[in-house]
Design a protein around this ligand. Structure first.
Ligand code: GRF
Length: 207
């Protein structure tokens, strides 16, 4: 049986699309069991519907507290028998109870080389800082914002004639390549978390 992914979105869903495309192309051996959006008109929901995926709209304001909301999301993921949760532009911090429900089974993608430029507008932060190299990080989620063991990173050069927009577009291309590869890496197993570090356990080779 293929591993079952739960993808959480809040917006345009281009990383969701990259996951869908990688599965279709046979580059990612998994299936998407459920797409959850906290934003009812997120364009990612349209992408999911086009791909024939199960979707659930869960506007967070309909729950009284973050904990209650997260419990409901965890329940939905469990009901869909999700093995691995992929945050793909999901604009909410997860509570410790959510993270504990899927230990080392929640991934996030962030558009910078963490730990540089966490939080929102990472591409703009990197541009404004004047770094010459930025990039993309896929990491396991822990209770801190944009922290957690790093699974994979990819570098993106900042060019002389870049604008924040052209830089963000090149970073996004790299995101679409990296996220499916990192998901496959996690699904392959043969890794462990050592302190802050995601490391190959030596019994299998890196992809
Ligand atoms: C991406 O830049 C991702 O790295 C960040 O949120 C954005 C989501 O974009 N976490 P999309 O909805 O996948 O197009």
């Amino acid at each position: 049986m293929l591993p079952r992914l739960g993808v959480l979105i809040s917006g345009r869903g281009s990383n969701l699309q990259a996951i869908i495309d990688a599965i279709d192309a046979g580059r990612l051996r998994a299936e998407i069991a459920l797409v959850i959006s906290n934003v009812p008109d997120a364009f990612g929901l349209t992408r999911a519907a086009r791909a024939g995926l199960a979707t659930q709209v869960m506007p967070h304001r309909e729950w009284p507290t973050r904990d209650a909301y997260d419990r409901a999301v965890v329940e939905a993921l469990r009901a869909a028998a999700v093995d691995l949760v992929c945050l793909a532009g999901f604009m909410r911090l997860l509570s410790p109870a959510f993270i504990d429900a899927f230990p080392h089974r929640i991934l996030n993608i962030h558009p910078s080389l963490l730990p540089s430029f966490p939080g929102v507008n990472a591409q703009r932060q990197a541009f404004a800082h004047g770094v010459k190299v930025t990039g993309v990080t896929v990491h396991l989620v822990d209770p801190l914002l944009d922290a957690g063991p790093i699974v994979m990173q990819a570098a993106v050069a900042v060019l002389e004639d870049d604008t924040p927009e052209t830089l963000a577009a090149r970073i996004l291309e790299e995101e679409h390549r990296l996220y499916p590869a990192a998901i496959q890496r996690v699904l392959n197993g043969g890794w462990r978390v050592d302190g802050r570090r995601f490391v190959a356990d030596g019994r299998r080779s890196e992809i």
